[in-house]
Design a protein around this ligand. Structure first.
Ligand code: PLP
Length: 232
């Protein structure tokens, strides 16, 4: 994919939105619909069979949310994103799409409290073990990975410790193991740091996802690296 040369400021304002030809509205319209009409039963059948792209139901897709998802993906240098209602929802989706009962993930022990509770209490109820490591030494990840490990996880700036781990060293360990590396990039935002730029480019393996959440908007998005989109 050619590199997008637009600045982050321009992307933050415009990425993912093309003014519609009927109204030429500059601002992104807010589509307050839960459902959509179908041109015919044949059209509906094709949409539900995923043979034709289009809107089916707002919980699955909505044109306003679609702009947010495309914008966040471009800001983070990913190929796609999924917007959900909270940081914990984004992290849950990221983990459950990769790991299942009987498997494990390896996480930093320096975690935001909500994520710690999700990893320590909730995921084990679903049969997913979480191994916590001291992420200040990237090798601790390598030592904890076993044949059932499906991803490794850290925060780009840990909350509340404000620790900064060696993201590229951890990414290399993920590459060596052939598993994705998920980074919660809430604290820095893509303006200061883009995890996908630090590890996604140097391996044929699925590599890096990132979750971003904005507490003020109660939104959370996880851009997906091209390799994850293809392979995970
Ligand atoms: C590191 C980190 N991740 C995620 C979140 C937000 O998660 P949630 O929206 O589930 O509260 C926060 C909020 O402070 C955070 O500090």
């Amino acid at each position: 994919m050619p590199e997008n040369k637009l600045s982050l400021d321009t992307l933050a304002l415009h990425a993912g939105h093309t003014p519609d030809t009927a109204t030429l509205s500059r601002a992104v319209p807010i589509y307050q619909t839960s459902s959509y009409v179908f041109k015919s039963s044949d059209h509906a059948a094709k949409l539900f069979a995923l043979e034709e792209p289009g809107n089916i139901y707002t919980r699955i897709m909505n044109p306003t949310t679609d702009v947010l998802e495309k914008r966040m993906a471009e800001l983070d240098g990913g190929v796609g994103a999924l917007a959900v209602a909270s940081g914990q929802a984004a992290i849950t989706y990221a983990v459950l799409n990769i790991a299942q009962a009987g498997q494990n993930i390896v996480s930093t022990s320096y975690l935001y409290g909500g994520t710690y509770n999700l990893f320590h209490y909730t995921l084990p109820k679903l049969g997913i073990e979480v191994k916590f490591v001291d992420s200040s030494d990237a090798e601790n990840y390598r030592n904890a990975i076993d044949e059932n490990t499906r991803l490794i996880y850290c925060e780009s700036v840990g909350n509340p410790k404000n620790n900064v781990d060696d993201i590229e060293a951890i990414a290399k360990i993920a590459h060596d193991a052939g598993i994705p590396f998920v980074v919660d990039n809430t604290v820095t935002t893509p303006f200061l740091f883009r995890p996908l730029d630090h590890g996604a480019g140097n391996s044929p393996n699925p590599t890096l996802r990132t979750t971003v959440s904005d507490s003020g908007m109660r939104s959370a998005v996880f851009p997906i690296s091209s390799r994850c989109a293809l392979n995970c």
